[in-house]
Design a protein around this ligand. Structure first.
Ligand SMILES: Cc1cc2nc3c(=O)[nH]c(=O)nc-3n(C[C@H](O)[C@H](O)[C@H](O)COP(=O)(O)OP(=O)(O)OC[C@H]3O[C@@H](n4cnc5c(N)ncnc54)[C@H](O)[C@@H]3O)c2cc1C
Length: 336
């Protein structure tokens, strides 16, 4: 059992949680971050590490993982500490107003302020109804593409009709021996440019596109070898496959956050946009996890929220001090 004492405990080490360390650090507030995932980066590292992002100020184009790496570099002077692979279960208020947080691994964190940067919550991939799907998890079935190199020169079947299915079909076309995209409809939900690119690759014979069909069963000896398809006319076909990647989105599960006495609306935490505080004193919510009129689930919006949160949280960490706003161009970044 580990015990940590810090100024701010940040629940969620996605991009917004990471940037909150920087904004807190400028004001000399120490941070500890907890994430249920084994690595930092939230959705960026877990879902789309190799995809380019185009709407981060100052970066015309940056891959998701590179952005995470640069955030880690940016916060390094403030020496944040991490508990990764642990889920926050309870958040309890102490008599003096501080909080004690406990994880499922019995780590306890004592802090003055709690910042929930929990994104979609403890998310899990949606699993389609496919016979023997669970038997082949880790033996050919994966719900996310963490490392595209694992699919090099392999036969890959992707299932789904959203952005992830389209994007990975395009990307893996140059990596895998063969990519087959199976979709139950004949049009895609994903962005039109990506859908057009997929149709183009199919016309050029660079991927196989099987529409109006579902993957219904898997077979193999120890490892996936074949997927069975059923089309709208109830005709069955089989294709050889080393990997199946069902991409049907994530089911957002707030998880334990729902039990902490916070005002929740449609699986998100209601906040005051003055400082992104919640209805519970000293608990803030920033990034995808919060909701307010006009909310946009964008990384840059979460960064803004982190800045205002830190200015507001200062009074709880340094109740005797008056906060004066300072530009980094004037005062720089001082390590502590
Ligand atoms: C495919 C895709 C493409 C996208 N493209 C863009 C884009 O181009 N531009 C853009 O701005 N945004 C984009 N987004 C959205 C962007 O990824 C999110 O806005 C961003 O990740 C939100 O960051 P966050 O830190 O708030 O949450 P997240 O990245 O979701 O991180 C939250 C973390 O909290 C952890 N957590 C939750 N509950 C607990 C708990 N109880 N205990 C411990 N840990 C917990 C989770 O494990 C997670 O790691 C995209 C999203 C997807 C899925």
């Amino acid at each position: 059992m580990e015990h940590i004492d810090t100024d701010i405990c940040i629940i969620g080490a996605g991009p917004v949680g990471l940037f909150a360390v920087f904004e807190a650090g400028l004001l000399k507030m120490r941070c500890h971050l907890i994430d249920v995932l084994p690595q930092v980066g939230g959705q960026l590292s877990e879902i789309y590490p190799h995809k380019p992002i185009y709407d981060i100020p100052g970066y015309p184009e940056v891959t998701a993982q590179e952005l995470v790496d640069r955030l880690m570099e940016q916060i390094a002077p403030f020496h944040p500490t991490f508990s990764l692979g642990e889920r926050v279960e309870t958040v309890n208020r102490n008599h003096d107003g501080s909080y004690t947080i406990q994880t499922n691994d019995n780590t306890t964190v004592h802090c003055q302020v709690v910042v929930i940067a929990g994104g979609l919550g403890c998310f899990e991939p949606r699993k389609p109804e496919i016979d023997r799907l669970l038997d082949f998890e880790g033996k050919g079935v994966a719900y996310m593409v963490k490392n595209p190199e694992l699919f090099r020169d392999r036969k890959v079947v992707l299932a789904g009709g959203g952005d992830s299915a389209l994007d990975w079909a395009i990307f893996l076309a140059n990596v895998a021996e063969r990519v087959t995209l199976v979709h139950r409809g004949d049009t895609f939900r994903g962005v039109p440019d990506s859908a057009e690119k997929v149709f183009e690759l199919a016309r050029e014979g660079k991927i196989d596109l099987i529409l109006k069909s579902n993957v219904v069963a898997l077979t193999g000896e120890g490892h996936l070898q074949e997927v069975t398809l059923l089309d709208r006319n109830n005709e069955v076909s089989h294709i050889a496959a080393d990997h199946l990647i069902p991409l049907f989105g994530l089911s957002p599960k707030l998880g334990p956050i729902a039990n902490w006495g916070l005002n929740i609306s449609f699986s998100a935490i209601e906040v005051n946009t003055r400082d992104y505080s919640t209805n519970v004193e000293r608990i803030y919510a920033i990034g995808d996890i919060n909701t307010y009129p006009g909310k946009l689930k964008l990384i840059l919006c979460g960064f803004h929220e982190a800045a205002l949160m830190a200015q507001s949280a200062f009074k709880y960490v340094y109740p005797e001090q008056k906060l004066s706003f300072k530009y980094t161009t004037v005062y720089g970044v001082t390590e502590f």
